[in-house]
Design a protein around this ligand. Structure first.
Ligand code: GAP
Length: 437
């Protein structure tokens, strides 16, 4: 992880927030390559759920919502973690995760084990960030930064249903920021206080929920495979009765094997009619669905798929990172699937003379009209290849003296390091073929 974090900073994937002021705890900024990588992850999610399906609509709800939403959802009362403080070292720990923590004064022990530890009784701590709306900082004007995007979907479910003319079963998908005042954030962008979720709520007839739950499990695991993640590093974790969230009847996590262990990257939940019935009760508005074919009215059940955009981006980075010895030299490669690679093509003139830079510049601009590309004429060609390997560029096109005679260029493949020649005028169509789904 240390090597990955350092590469991520050095090559412009992820920076610490407000770094020049010493950073802000577990908040991160995405640099030029990171923003492309994360966008590719989000775009693939949106395409597979919204563009490629007829039964899912998109939504972009506001972060700030009526405070009653969070009472109805159960977050005001129940979105808490149990906390203990140490009176000696003034550190704070999750009472239910003490065995994962280390005593700051004696790191070989867990908090509470060292003779000097003096822990308080556990207290419940709400994870929602609070702020005030309007000019008055008083309890009547409290609003929350949403801790999940799902509620924006539930409160808009009837709007989307009637405006899109969908029928049940159908889904609503949304990508957006969520905020949690996590007690034990960490592992780089794995658990942060500000993050993005990619959530889809699928509304079904009660009784058909478990069948859809199983279908969505299969679809979502398939999506992670299509991102290029190693199947052997993905597995299911079923929530036992003690683990289920307050809204869930059944839940599975998709877990990935990180260097710090198996961890959740996405949750699939059967949320029953919990959220819609609570919003119906708290808002006083009927949220029932009228099914014309049967003449029945019912509150739909909801199957939710919820993935973190940052967490999936981290997964893609971890999965792609490899080091290998080539000719007694270490080669660092981010072996991204070409579909998510931030830069699709490097364009390299072999030398800075004989008209090669002019041809390479034209080629670079031709590629840039379709795909992100990078032009590099600095240093030995081997070094330039390594620089592109390190940021995961799948192909480099080298313009050399043969280009002048036969209008061909060298394509150098990142993973195999093999080279072949293709026509200069066919580079963009060649790229399109490689990147086709
Ligand atoms: N709407 C359901 C929900 O929010 P969750 O299991 O709490 O369920 C879903 O979160 C996903 O959101 C997680 O699988 C993870 O990918 C991401 N996530 C949750 N908390 C996060 C955090 N503090 N930092 C980064 N990602 C987080």
């Amino acid at each position: 992880m240390d090597k990955l974090v350092s590469l991520a900073k050095r090559r412009g994937f992820v920076f610490q927030s407000s770094e020049i002021y010493g950073g802000l705890g577990s908040v991160w900024d995405y640099g030029p390559l990171g923003v492309e990588l994360k966008r590719n992850v989000k775009d693939r999610w949106w395409r597979s759920l919204v563009h490629q399906r007829d039964d899912v609509e998109g939504l972009d709800a506001a972060i700030l919502m009526h405070p009653r939403v969070w009472e109805a959802s159960g977050h005001v009362a129940g979105f808490t973690d149990p906390l203990v403080d140490c009176r000696t070292c003034k550190s704070r720990f999750r009472a239910d995760k003490l065995t994962d923590a280390r005593c700051p004064q004696k790191p070989s022990k867990v908090p509470g084990e060292h003779a000097a530890c003096d822990l308080t009784e556990p207290r419940q701590f709400n994870l929602m960030f609070k702020t005030f709306m309007g000019a008055m900082e008083e309890s009547a004007s409290v609003v929350y930064l949403r801790p999940e995007t799902a509620q924006g979907i539930y409160v808009n479910y009837l709007n989307v249903l009637t405006s899109s003319r969908q029928k049940i079963p159908f889904g609503i998908a949304q990508i957006g920021k969520a905020f949690r005042n996590e007690i034990t954030p960490g592992n780089f962008i794995f658990r942060t206080r500000e993050f993005e979720q990619m959530e889809m709520q699928f509304f079904v007839r009660p009784g058909e929920d478990m069948e859809w739950f199983e279908r969505w499990r299969e679809i979502r695991l398939g999506w992670h495979h299509d991102l290029g993640l190693a199947p052997a590093r993905l597995r299911w974790h079923e929530h036992g009765p003690g683990e289920l969230a307050h809204y869930a009847k059944a839940a599975y996590d998709i877990e990935y094997e990180f260097p710090f262990g198996w961890q959740e990257i996405e949750g699939i939940h059967n949320r029953t009619d919990f959220d819609l019935s609570r919003h119906q009760e708290y808002s006083g508005k009927k949220l029932e669905y009228f099914e014309q074919a049967s003449g029945e009215r019912f509150l739909p059940f909801v199957v939710e798929t919820s993935a973190g955009a940052d967490r999936v981006t981290l997964t893609v980075l971890v999965d792609a990172y490899r080091e290998e010895m080539v000719d007694d030299e270490m080669r660092v490669v981010l072996g991204f699937h070409p579909r998510v690679a931030p830069i699709k093509a490097g364009v390299l003139p072999l030398t800075k003379k004989d008209g090669l830079p002019e041809i390479a510049t034209d080629l670079y601009h031709a590629i840039k009209r379709h795909y992100p590309a990078f032009y590099d004429d600095g240093g030995a060609i081997g070094r330039r290849y390594r620089r592109q390997d390190e940021v995961g560029t799948p192909w480099c096109f080298t313009v050399d003296h043969e280009t002048l005679d036969g209008r061909t260029v060298t394509v150098r493949h990142r993973d195999s390091m093999q080279q072949e020649r293709i026509g200069l005028d066919h580079v963009t169509t060649w790229l399109a073929e490689q990147l086709r789904d």
